[in-house]
Write a protein that binds this ligand. Structure first.
Ligand code: CTP
Ligand code: MG
Length: 579
C-alpha cells in the first residue's frame, strides 16, 4: 500500500493534492436528533484533556472490528432524490423492519446510510427492489446492498431543507483551521483542536465498514465465507478524513472455521487447484476479484490491478463513498500492525494528538505525499512518534516486547513464521506516569529527530531503543513483526535530510518565546500554526506579508544567535538540541 495521506473525501487545506480519480464530494452530514449520528456529534464537544484518560473499559481491536462488521452487514446504502421527505423515506423503509439508525450525506448527490435492526430486513428490501430497464443500454443485474431510490409521487418531494440539524463532515478550510488554531488557549489546545477537526467521524467510520461489507458481498460470489477487513489508518486510530481505505480480503477465516468441524476418524478436505506459490495464488485471486469489481461492482470505478507489487493489490475508487480503496489478500501481518497502532493510539490521549499534528506538519512541508516515492510515509512517521514516546522518561508508551510479555495464551499469534503476539486487552496495560505536555513533546520530538544518528542507528519499537543499522538505507525503521524488513526502505538520503532540516527548524521556532505565546486577538500565527506554514509559499499568510521564506529567516536568526550565547535545550539523551 502506497502512502496516500489525502483521499477523496478531504479537502486538505494546507497543501496541494493529487487530482482525485473521483471528484471530491462535499461530504455534508445530515441527520436527525435522536439518531446515533446526532448523538455522536454532540459528544464530539467532549474533548478529552491531554493525559486525562477515559476510565471506561476500552474495547479490543478485534471486538471493534467484529461489532462494526456486523453493523455494516445490517446496513444499506441508498442514493436518494435530492429533495426527499425524511419522514416518508423512513416510513417506507420501516415496512422491511425496524431501523436502528440512519444518516444522510451529500457526495455529488444525496445518499442515505440506513442500519436495520435485523439482517432479514435487507432480504425483504431486496425482494421488493427491481433491476432497472434502460432504453439505450443493457445492465448487469447484480443485486447488491447499494440501491437507487426514485420518487413515484411528487408528494414525497419536499421544498424545505432535509432536516433541521445538519453539520459539515468536511475538514475545515485552511482559513477556518487557522482561526481555530489561533483562538486556542495553548499549544496543547491547538494540537487537540487539530485532532478533533480532522479525525474520522463516527459516520465516516461506518461508511468505511459498509464499503468493505459491500466489497465482501462481491468477493463472496467466489469465496462464500470470506471477510473483507479494513486496516491501516481507517481503523488504527490515526485516520484523517479523506485517508484511503485499505482492505484485506481474508480467505483464511474459511480454514479456521473448518478445522474444528472435522471429528471422528476421517479428515475431509476440499478438492483444490494447486499453483506454484502463495504469491501466484494471491495474484490469481486478486485478478479475478479485480475483474469482478470492474465489471459488476456498483460504484466501483478506475479499477487497477497492481499485481506485481511486493504486496499485490487491486486499487479502485468507490464512487458513492468517495473512498480510494486498496484491496489486498496476503497481508495479515498488516492487519496485526494496525491493531498494534490502535493499541498505542488508545493508551494515552496525547499519542493521537501528536501524530495528527506531525502528519499535518509533514504534509504541509511536502515531506509526505499522496504519490508513492522516495519520501517518508505516514505509517513510518507514526512509528517514529511511537518510538520517541517510548524513549521519554518515564516512557509514555510501552515497547512491543513489554506488550508481548503481558500476553496470555489467547493472545498468541504467529503469522507465516512471524511472532505477532502481544496483549490484546488494552485494559491490562498500566497507564504511563508521564505528565509531559503536548507542547513539550512536540518540541522534544523535533529536537530528538533533528539530532538522531540516522547514519548509524535504526528505529526499533519492539525494544524501544536505537540499534545498529543492518544496512545502508538512509532511514531504517524496523518492521515491528518482520524484523528483517525496513518499513522506510523507500526514503532517499535527500528526503531524510529534508526531514532533519525541517525538524531542526521547527525545534528552533518553538524555542522562540514569542512564537508559541497565544495571540488570539492578533492575526499573527503562533505555536502550531507557525510550524504548519510551508517553507515555500504559505497558504495561511498572504505572500506580500511574508518578508522572507522561513528557512531564510531562520538562517539569519541563527547567525545572530551565534554571536550571542545560545540557550539551546537538550534532548532526552542529553545531546545538544541544535547543532
Ligand atoms: N504497512 C506495513 N508496512 C509498510 C507499509 C504499510 O506494514 N511498509 C501496513 C501498515 O499497517 C499500514 C497499512 O499497511 O497502516 C496501510 O498502509 P498505508 O495506506 O500506506 O498507510 P496508513 O497507515 O493507512 O496511512 P495513510 O493514512 O497514509 O493511508
Ligand atoms: Mg492507508
Amino acid at each position: 500500500m502506497a502512502a496516500r495521506s489525502v483521499g477523496l473525501l478531504t479537502r486538505l487545506p494546507l497543501c496541494s493534492q493529487r487530482p482525485a480519480q473521483v471528484p471530491r464530494p462535499a461530504f455534508r452530514l445530515l441527520s436527525c436528533p435522536g439518531t446515533v449520528a446526532a448523538d455522536v456529534r454532540s459528544e464530539e464537544h467532549l474533548v478529552a484533556k491531554p493525559g486525562s484518560e477515559d476510565k471506561a473499559p476500552k474495547k479490543r481491536f478485534s471486538e471493534v472490528q467484529k461489532e462494526r462488521r456486523e453493523q455494516a452487514q445490517r446496513t444499506v446504502l441508498i442514493h436518494c432524490p435530492s429533495k426527499i421527505s425524511e419522514k416518508k423515506f423512513l416510513k417506507y423503509l420501516s415496512q422491511h423492519g425496524p431501523i436502528n439508525n440512519h444518516f444522510f450525506y451529500e457526495s455529488f448527490g444525496l445518499y442515505a446510510v440506513v442500519e436495520f435492526c435485523q439482517k432479514d430486513s435487507i432480504n425483504s428490501l431486496k425482494n421488493e427492489t427491481h433491476t432497472p430497464c434502460l432504453d439505450t443500454e443493457a445492465v448487469i443485474p447484480f443485486k447488491s446492498r447499494f440501491f437507487n431510490l426514485k420518487l413515484k409521487h411528487q408528494s414525497n418531494r419536499i421544498s424545505e431543507p432535509l432536516c433541521t440539524q445538519s453539520s459539515s463532515q468536511s475538514p475545515p478550510s485552511s482559513k477556518k483551521l487557522f482561526e481555530l488554531l489561533n483562538y486556542a488557549e495553548s499549544m496543547d489546545d491547538q494540537l487537540n483542536t487539530l485532532l478533533k477537526a480532522f479525525q474520522l467521524t463516527e459516520e465516516n467510520i461506518k461508511l468505511r465498514y459498509l464499503t468493505c461489507s459491500l466489497i465482501e458481498d462481491i468477493a463472496a460470489a467466489y469465496f462464500p465465507s470470506c471477510v473483507v477487513w479494513p486496516f491501516g489508518s481507517s481503523v488504527n486510530s490515526f485516520g484523517k478524513l479523506g485517508c484511503d481505505l485499505d482492505m484485506f480480503l481474508d480467505l483464511d477465516e474459511i480454514e479456521k472455521c473448518d478445522v474444528h468441524k472435522n471429528v471422528g476418524n476421517f479428515l475431509m478436505e476440499f478438492q483444490v487447484k494447486n499453483v506454484p506459490s502463495g504469491r501466484i495464488a494471491t495474484q490469481k485471486i486478486l485478478s479475478v476479484i479485480g475483474e469482478c469489481l470492474d465489471h459488476f461492482g456498483p460504484g466501483c470505478v478506475g479499477v487497477q490491478k497492481i499485481l506485481n507489487a511486493r504486496c499485490p493489490l487491486v486499487r479502485f475508487s468507490h464512487q458513492a463513498s468517495g473512498f480510494q480503496c486498496d484491496l489486498t489478500t496476503n497481508n495479515r501481518i498488516a492487519l496485526k500492525s494496525s491493531e498494534l497502532l490502535y493499541i498505542y493510539g488508545s493508551l494515552d490521549s496525547r499519542v493521537r494528538a501528536l501524530v495528527f499534528s506531525l502528519r499535518f506538519w509533514a504534509r504541509a512541508h511536502s515531506l509526505t505525499s499522496s504519490i508513492p516515492g522516495a519520501w517518508i510515509t505516514n505509517f513510518s512517521l507514526t512509528v517514529m512518534v511511537i518510538f520517541f514516546l517510548q524513549r521519554r522518561s518515564p516512557p509514555i508508551l510501552p515497547t512491543l516486547d513489554s506488550l508481548k510479555s503481558l500476553a496470555d495464551a489467547e493472545d498468541r499469534c504467529v503469522i507465516e513464521g512471524s511472532n505477532c503476539t502481544f496483549i490484546q486487552d488494552l485494559n491490562k496495560i498500566k497507564p504511563s506516569g508521564n505528565t509531559e505536555t503536548l507542547e513539550l513533546l512536540l518540541k522534544e520530538f523535533f529536537e530528538y529527530f533533528g539530532n538522531f544518528s540516522f547514519n548509524k542507528n535504526s528505529i526499533n519499537i519492539r525494544q524501544g531503543k536505537e540499534q545498529n543499522k543492518p544496512d545502508s538505507s538512509p532511514l531504517h525503521i524496523q518492521n515491528p513483526f518482520e524484523p528483517s524488513l525496513n518499513i522506510s526502505k523507500n526514503v532517499s538520503q535527500s528526503q531524510l535530510q529534508k526531514l532533519v532540516d525541517l525538524a531542526r527548524e521547527s525545534a528552533w521556532i518553538l524555542q522562540q518565546e514569542d512564537r508559541h505565546q497565544p495571540s488570539p486577538s492578533s492575526k499573527r500565527p503562533w505555536g502550531l500554526t507557525t510550524l504548519l506554514i510551508p517553507t515555500a509559499g504559505s497558504k495561511f499568510l498572504p505572500k506580500k506579508k511574508r518578508k522572507k521564506p522561513v528557512s531564510e529567516r531562520v538562517k539569519s536568526l541563527l547567525e545572530s544567535i551565534k554571536d550571542n550565547s545560545p540557550e539551546s535545550s537538550t534532548n532526552t539523551d542529553g545531546k545538544t538540541a541544535m547543532s
